[in-house]
Design a protein around this ligand. Structure first.
Ligand SMILES: *[C@@H]1O[C@H](CO)[C@@H](O)[C@H](O)[C@H]1NC(C)=O
Ligand SMILES: *[C@@H]1O[C@H](CO)[C@@H](O)[C@H](O)[C@H]1NC(C)=O
Ligand SMILES: *[C@@H]1O[C@H](CO)[C@@H](O)[C@H](O)[C@H]1NC(C)=O
Ligand SMILES: *[C@@H]1O[C@H](CO)[C@@H](O)[C@H](O)[C@H]1NC(C)=O
Ligand SMILES: CC(=O)N[C@H]1CO[C@H](CO)[C@@H](O)[C@@H]1O
Ligand SMILES: CC(=O)N[C@H]1CO[C@H](CO)[C@@H](O)[C@@H]1O
Length: 884
């Protein structure tokens, strides 16, 4: 969403443009490249046809049946930006029936804009652990904190962007540049959050792979991500499918368009793919201020608009609320659609038992003071207590530190230089070693890169309760540390002792496009893949003076390390990613060998930006009209692209060293569910709640008599005359709405590829289990190993496939020298399938009579796959060179 505080005042400047009609003046469709097309898909599928949601829908049906028209439209919309307290999104309530306002709150790494919370490591850091137990544990802790603050809806996790463009601004909010890493991390995050009774939100659907030009504004539509069907299914939609399979309660659409149609009103995307094919039963919300049509977005399947305003907020105008009420009275939006929208919202609330003892919000996004305005955007607002300072941190610093520590990725360690000993003399260089001197939260929305970089900027942040910075942790550890708090190598550094170590801290930041930091517009369009603040030079200078240099990198994503990586004095390089509040001790525990590093790269690091095709290496720049971002590289992003062009990266996807070494032996492959080329047919949908479809009387929309309106608050009622006029239009039925092409009202049976949450349930059948024995074959250090499984399709199977694709992963426990552990990983039918665009079905090209089977590669990085199992013969062997 739009970062809090920024958007309001920025957009307020646009006030002369504001009108309720304005949002519609933006042409919703520009020409897209000929190949791409947003086909119509109507009507919006009803929710409630999947067994696990049955009870929630029955309860929702009972409640929604009692609601008036204005009550239904009230709960499908926010009450306005900064109007409801206290969250970034607040829906309308039905007080009469005990249905509360829902509090929707950022972010994916902690409760945003609140005190006494934990600032967890970012998504990219979590991805770098490759540790399912930690992904889940972080989700549990996040869920507890959102619940403790009274937030019904957690606006995370983020899996879009996936990280297609290394320069993309919000890649760090997600888990890494691979659909399976994103999917498994997101599913565990969702499970952890939702087990606490908090609704998780998977976002952003879809194609938000760069920040610049993403939003529709009065002058320009958001860019169009032009994505072909197979690429969408196998890369970008894949983590969303897994999230739906995990039972996620909410989905947020993206700002941009796909194939020329804005995501918030894209009928194929929401009705077709998300609700019918993936069988999503929860509620679909817009990203903040991204709704650009009223009737059309309702028909296309949007259920909840956030924060309620038109895309120029704060003028009391909405495309829904009172307008949705009018659209139902005048017959343009079928009551059937509104009933489904309201039922989805209420069913989601019941599904997570929020009708029982869910705390009311006890914090305010708008102020940290005890008292504040109850409706901050209203000029005259009552005030009262808004913050109760509920401390929800508990012992979550423990899991936060473990994630930060287990994410630390050792890229290089010449001559086993690390770990350090406590007696070594240490000089530290770089402003990134110490917390921002003005305080860790000095910059709103973390929109600056000063001091240790613990998270990117924008809406995906939280306030630090404290910041354990690296320099303090180093001083605690060794006492005598010389610290040069500068990014320019100082002239007064004396001659170092022979064994003296220079630790150089460098960083690279990125964030959301609403805020610009050091000329980077969300995306890293200015600094690109270079370290900020001249960090590369700082490393080079330190390497001239010192013969032992350790580089610590806090970064949102890949950097170009070529300026210094091969310098002989650069002994060791650690990527600490974005550690959140626990930046210090997590790092010193690794530096001094209390634990071996066990993080692995969640993306590739190339030797040159141009090692990728231009469509992913470059950001889209300004053009008049709609910027076209065409995914011409198809499936070939990150390592898939490098393998295709036989380009060696500097460090491969999945790479990460340890202080010890591991062997992978004794692999076995066990067939579990016998597969056929196509999955078995899906089951038909079960019945969904039914309601009367007669347009209700206009009186259900009237303002209550003498209602004391708050200026700019968004209400779902209409003045009597307006309600009567709309009703008359609907009743006469002579004036019809210009429905989109392909508009229909008859519910469909759903596509063959659907049938359950996430698609045909058979896609999740486990086809094979692979086990491997991981042995710590080192002699000095204990450590955790990452086991990664990559699938190789048989050649010449009629589909163009990447050389290998990650399909599962596991982390071992801490193994002492000589200790071993058998780890088991799984391949589902989906994992071994390709999306056949003609059949519109997942098919498994490596199964069936006379077919060559798949090769299942196992190892500790995409370029260290020494063990293979063959599904054709069932045989496994080791000691191989690997597929690339
Ligand atoms: C985008 O266009 C391509 C090419 O026509 C098509 O395969 C794909 O399904 C479209 N996607 C969406 C979401 O409309
Ligand atoms: C809509 O929600 C607001 C905020 O909770 C509430 O004050 C108002 O009464 C609700 N309107 C209806 C029609 O229930
Ligand atoms: C009904 O109201 C909506 C919302 O104001 C409007 O967009 C639509 O054109 C109206 N339909 C008719 C038939 O007047
Ligand atoms: C591998 O299996 C063989 C035979 O079962 C066994 O002797 C050997 O110890 C195993 N190796 C490891 C590392 O577990
Ligand atoms: C335990 C704790 O961190 N409490 C803090 C909660 O927030 C208030 C207001 O910011 C602080 O004063 C407390 O110290
Ligand atoms: C205003 C309000 O409802 N405050 C609640 C915040 O949460 C704490 C702990 O859950 C409750 O005790 C407060 O009543």
């Amino acid at each position: 969403m739009v970062s809090h505080t920024s958007a309001s005042w920025l957009l307020l400047l646009l006030s002369p443009f504001a009108s309720p009609a304005l949002a519609r003046n933006v042409s919703p469709r520009d020409a897209v490249p000929a190949k791409y097309h947003a086909a119509p898909y109507y009507p919006a599928p009803h929710g409630g046809w999947i067994g696990s949601w049955k009870e929630a829908y029955e309860k929702a049906h009972a409640l929604v049946s009692q609601m008036t028209l204005a009550e239904k439209t009230n709960i499908t919309s926010g009450v306005g930006m900064y109007m409801g307290t206290p969250c970034v999104g607040n829906s309308g309530s039905v007080d009469r029936l005990g249905f509360p306002q829902l509090c929707l709150q950022d972010s994916a790494l902690g409760v945003a804009s609140a005190d006494n919370v934990t600032a967890f490591p970012a998504g990219i850091t979590t991805g770098a652990t490759w540790d399912k137990a930690l992904m889940y544990a972080r989700g549990v802790a996040l869920g507890k904190e959102f619940r403790g603050k009274g937030a019904n809806v957690h606006l995370g996790p983020t899996v879009g962007p996936i990280g297609r463009k290394p320069l993309g601004g919000r890649n760090w909010e997600g888990f890494g540049a691979d659909p399976v890493l994103q999917a498994k991390a997101a599913a565990l995050h969702i499970k952890g959050v939702q087990e606490q009774g908090v609704i998780a939100t998977i976002k952003h659907l879809i194609g938000n792979e760069q920040e610049m030009f993403r939003m529709y504004n009065p002058l320009q539509p958001g860019y169009s991500a032009n994505i072909d069907d197979r690429t969408l299914h196998e890369l970008y939609l894949w983590p969303f499918a897994e999230a739906v399979h995990a039972g996620v309660g909410a989905v947020m659409t993206a700002y941009n368009a796909v194939n020329g149609s804005a995501c918030s009103q894209h009928s194929t995307l929401i009705n077709g793919l998300l609700k019918d094919e993936l069988g999503f039963q929860g509620m679909v919300m817009s990203d903040w201020l991204s709704q650009i049509s009223g009737v059309d977005s309702a028909l296309a399947g949007l259920d909840l608009n956030m924060p309620g305003d038109t895309n120029i907020p704060l003028f009391g105008y909405s495309l829904w609320q009172y307008e949705l009420t009018r659209s139902v009275l005048n017959g343009s939006v079928p009551l059937d659609r509104l009933n489904d929208m309201a039922t989805r919202v209420v069913a989601t609330w019941y599904k997570f038992n929020q009708d029982k003892d869910f705390p009311r919000p006890n914090f305010s996004s708008n102020t940290r003071a005890r008292d504040g305005l109850l409706h901050p955007a209203a000029v005259l607002s009552p005030s009262g207590q808004v913050n109760w300072f509920v401390n929800v941190q508990n012992d979550h610093n423990v899991v936060a530190r473990q994630v930060a520590q287990d994410a630390i990725t050792l890229l290089k360690n010449d001559g086993s230089f690390l770990p350090l000993s406590n007696t070594q003399k240490i000089s530290v260089f770089g402003t990134d070693a110490q917390v921002n001197p003005s305080g860790p939260n000095a910059c709103a929305n973390r929109a600056c890169n000063r001091g240790t970089l613990g998270m990117g900027w924008g809406s995906g942040v939280a306030d630090y309760p404290y910041f354990d910075d690296p320099i303090s942790a180093l001083k605690r550890r060794v006492g005598d540390v010389k610290f040069y708090n500068t990014d320019t190598f100082p002239g007064d550094v004396g001659k170092p002792a022979a064994d003296e170590v220079a630790i150089v801290f460098i960083s690279s930041d990125a964030g959301e496009n609403t805020l610009t930091v050091e000329n980077n517009h969300g995306d890293r369009d200015s600094d690109k893949l270079a370290a900020w603040h001249g960090g590369d030079k700082l490393v080079q200078k330190a390497a001239e003076k010192f013969s032992n240099v350790v580089v610590v990198v806090h970064t949102v994503g890949p950097l170009n390390l070529e300026p210094w990586i091969d310098l002989p004095s650069v002994k060791s390089v650690l990527f600490a990613h974005l550690p959140g509040q626990e930046a210090g001790e997590s790092l010193t525990n690794i530096l001094f060998g209390d634990a071996s590093p066990c993080g692995h790269l969640p993306y590739s690091i190339t030797k040159s930006a141009s090692d990728y095709p231009a469509s992913i290496a470059n950001l889209k720049t300004f053009t008049f009209g709609q910027v076209q971002d065409t995914y011409s590289e198809g499936l070939y992003i990150d390592y898939r692209s490098l393998h295709k062009t036989s380009t060696s990266p500097r460090y491969a996807f999945g790479h990460g060293l340890s202080y010890t070494t591991f062997s992978f032996t004794n692999a076995t492959l066990r067939p579990i569910t016998p597969l056929t080329f196509s999955p078995p047919p899906r089951a038909p949908k079960s019945p969904t709640p039914s309601y009367s479809s007669t347009i209700p009387p206009a009186s259900e929309a009237y303002y209550p008599p003498n209602f004391p309106k708050i200026w700019r608050y968004l209400y779902s009622w209409l003045p009597t005359t307006e309600a009567d006029a709309a009703y008359a239009i609907g009743k006469a039925g002579t004036k019809t709405y210009p429905y989109p092409d392909g508009y229909a009202t008859e519910q469909r049976p759903g596509p063959a590829a659907g049938g359950g949450e996430g698609g045909n349930p058979a896609l999740w059948d486990v086809a094979w289990e692979v086990s491997v024995t991981v042995n710590n074959v080192g002699s000095k250090f204990a450590g955790k190993a990452s086991a990664q499984v990559y699938l190789q399709h048989p050649a010449g199977n009629g589909y163009d496939n990447p050389v290998v694709q990650l399909r599962d992963f596991e982390k071992t426990r801490v193994l002492k020298p000589g200790e071993s552990q058998v780890v088991t990983m799984r391949l589902t039918r989906r994992d071994v399938s390709v999306w056949d665009v003609v059949r519109q079905e997942w098919v498994a090209p490596g199964v069936g009579e006379g077919k060559d089977g798949y090769t299942v590669w196992i190892g500790e990085a995409s370029d260290r796959l020494g063990v293979a199992c063959y599904t054709g013969s069932g045989r496994c062997e080791g000691g191989l060179k690997g597929p690339v």
